[in-house]
Structure formats: structure tokens, C-alpha cells
Design a protein around this ligand. Structure first.
Ligand SMILES: NCc1[nH]cc(CCC(=O)O)c1CC(=O)O
Length: 312
């Protein structure tokens, strides 16, 4: 295998947000350790995506799949970069022709966290409070369980959100525990929410690495840092998502867990306004993960009425 050297560094593409950079650095460090390479054997290339450029409008208005990935995938295809590091939660289930996404780093805590300046928990949140989120899934889950809450649109990074809380725009907000952990934001007051109270997004907490399909050198390198368990869990979760034809911005939740040789997959689909939630789970052999994902999706879909996915 031909190793990257300080003369021909491996180019790692990423978005420029603090979380994206932390994920790219983790990938570089794992590769450097696996192959005993110096830091100079890698270059981190920051790429601005449409989603980064448009910051003043709700995500659902801009719409479209690949909002945070298109420009990065173009850079991969044109060989400006050699690998791209992504939050798997934001990745469409299919990749453009010529690219493949089958390397995963060990998954972080997949749960959502309740964030309020004074601490506290979601279940103890007083009636009628205002909470901020830009995620359709979290909004639907909140309104389903707590119709008394007032949900307002909340975008931006961790610091922006904390400032909004300080300015009393909302009493609480929600962020993935994984992101906070990876950022090392230990002083952000957060309480993890149990999965049965708020089931996470498919692939939440997992980092995936995309590459050109025909790049054998990179394929071999990535194989050394792939986490098998994360791959097996995501295979089930993403098959479930694919069968539901969803993306990050639809009210779909799903989480696979492994125990012995068994995989347990929980799933939930909701009406956008939180008026209905269909939930189910399935267990089976780990190797049948993708099949279990399809079965769970089919079961949930069979319970929907025609207007279930309509916007309200
Ligand atoms: N959609 C934005 C996004 N994509 C990945 C993460 C967090 C980390 C992860 O799930 O890996 C976040 C922010 C959040 O939901 O708090």
C-alpha cells in the first residue's frame, strides 16, 4: 500500500464548523496512529456547502437532500480531496455515482441532550415553556409528548444557541450528546434524554468517511480504522431509513443496538405537527440487520394513513 507522505499528503475534506473540524481531526489522528504517520502526512481541506452559506433561513425552506454534502462530494469526484468526513446523520442513504461511504469511526453516545442554562430535564420542564429546535424530528417528538410546549425555530452552533437561551428566546434547546462530547464542551449544561423519551435520528453520533469507489489505496487505509459494530448498526438503521425514503429533515427516528449476536432496532415515525406517533421495534440476528430495517419500516408504513406525511 502506498502511504501518504509529507510530500503527497492525504487530503481530508470537511465542512468548517467546529464540530466538523473536530471530526476531521479525529479521523486524521486515527489514521496517523494506525499507520504511524506524522501529522504532515495529512491536509485538512475546508469546504463551504450550501447549508453553511445560507444561515438566515429555516433549513426546511432551503430544502433538498445533500444540503451539507454536495460541494464536498464534488471535491471528492474531482480529486481535490481524497476522503470526506461526515456526520452520518446528515447523509442521504445513497451516494453519487463513483463514491462510496462504508467506513465508520466508533459511534459516540447517540442520545439527544436537554440543554437549559439552569440544568433540569425534559420531563421536569414546566408547562407552557418555549423550547428551540430546528429539527423536524425533535419538534414532532416534543409536541407529541408535550403538546403544551411552544416550539420555536433555533439554528446555529452551540455558542449561538446558548446566547439565545441567555437572551430568553427560549427556555431550553436540544443537541446531540455526541456533538457536545466531540467538541469537548464540558461546561454546557446538558442532560441526556433516555431513548424511550426521545428516540434519536438514524445514525446520530456516527462519523462516516466517504471516498472514491476506485481508490484502492484509500480503501485499504480506511479499512484499518473502520469500526465493525458501528457499521452493523448503521446498516440496519440506514436500510430502515431508505425504506421510509426519509432524510435528516423528516420526522423519523431509529436506533439499532447490539447485544451478543442479536440486533435490536427501534423506530418511530411522526406527523410533523406531533399529533400522531407510530412506534415499533424488531430484533433478530445481527447479520440480518438490513433486512430487519426494511421489515420495521414496512410495519410502520402499513399503519400510516394516506395523509400521514403531509405537512401541517
Ligand atoms: N443536523 C446537524 C447535526 N449533525 C450531526 C450533529 C451532532 C452529532 C452527531 O449526530 O453525530 C448535529 C447537531 C445536533 O443535532 O446536535
Amino acid at each position: 500500500m502506498q502511504m501518504p507522505t509529507p510530500m503527497t499528503p492525504l487530503k481530508i475534506g470537511t465542512r468548517g464548523s467546529p464540530l466538523a473540524l473536530a471530526q476531521a481531526n479525529e479521523t486524521r489522528d486515527r489514521l496517523a496512529t494506525a499507520f504511524d504517520l506524522p501529522g504532515e502526512a495529512f491536509t485538512i481541506v475546508v469546504i463551504k456547502t450550501t447549508g453553511d452559506r445560507i444561515i438566515d433561513r429555516p433549513l426546511k425552506e432551503i430544502g433538498g437532500k445533500g444540503l451539507f454534502t454536495r460541494e464536498i462530494e464534488e471535491a471528492l469526484l474531482s480529486a481535490e480531496i481524497d476522503i470526506a468526513v461526515h456526520s452520518m446523520k446528515d447523509m442521504p442513504v445513497e451516494q453519487p455515482h463513483g463514491l462510496t461511504l462504508d467506513t465508520y469511526l466508533p459511534r459516540e453516545d447517540p442520545r439527544d441532550a436537554f440543554i437549559a442554562l439552569g440544568g433540569g430535564t425534559l420531563s421536569a420542564l414546566e408547562e407552557g415553556r418555549t423550547v428551540g429546535t430546528s429539527s423536524l424530528r425533535r419538534k414532532a417528538q416534543l409536541l407529541y409528548r408535550r403538546p403544551d410546549l411552544n416550539v420555536v425555530e433555533f439554528r446555529g452552533n452551540v455558542q449561538t444557541r446558548l446566547r439565545k437561551l441567555a437572551d430568553n428566546v427560549a427556555h431550553a434547546t436540544f443537541l446531540a450528546v455526541a456533538g457536545l462530547n466531540r467538541l469537548g464542551d464540558d461546561d454546557v449544561p446538558r442532560t441526556p434524554i433516555p431513548e424511550d423519551e426521545m428516540l434519536p435520528a438514524v445514525a446520530q453520533g456516527a462519523i462516516g468517511i466517504e471516498r472514491r469507489k476506485d481508490d484502492d489505496r484509500v480503501a485499504e487505509m480506511l479499512a484499518a480504522i473502520h469500526d465493525r459494530d458501528t457499521g452493523l448498526r448503521l446498516a440496519a438503521e440506514r436500510a430502515y431509513l431508505a425504506a421510509l425514503d426519509g432524510s435528516c429533515e423528516t420526522p423519523i427516528a431509529g436506533l439499532a443496538e447490539l447485544s451478543g449476536d442479536t440486533l435490536r432496532l427501534r423506530g418511530e415515525i411522526l406527523r410533523t405537527d406531533g399529533s400522531e406517533c407510530l412506534a415499533d421495534e424488531i430484533s433478530g440476528l445481527i447479520a440480518d440487520g438490513p433486512n430487519l430495517g426494511q421489515q420495521l419500516a414496512a410495519r410502520l408504513l402499513s399503519r400510516t394513513t394516506e395523509d400521514f406525511f403531509d405537512w401541517k
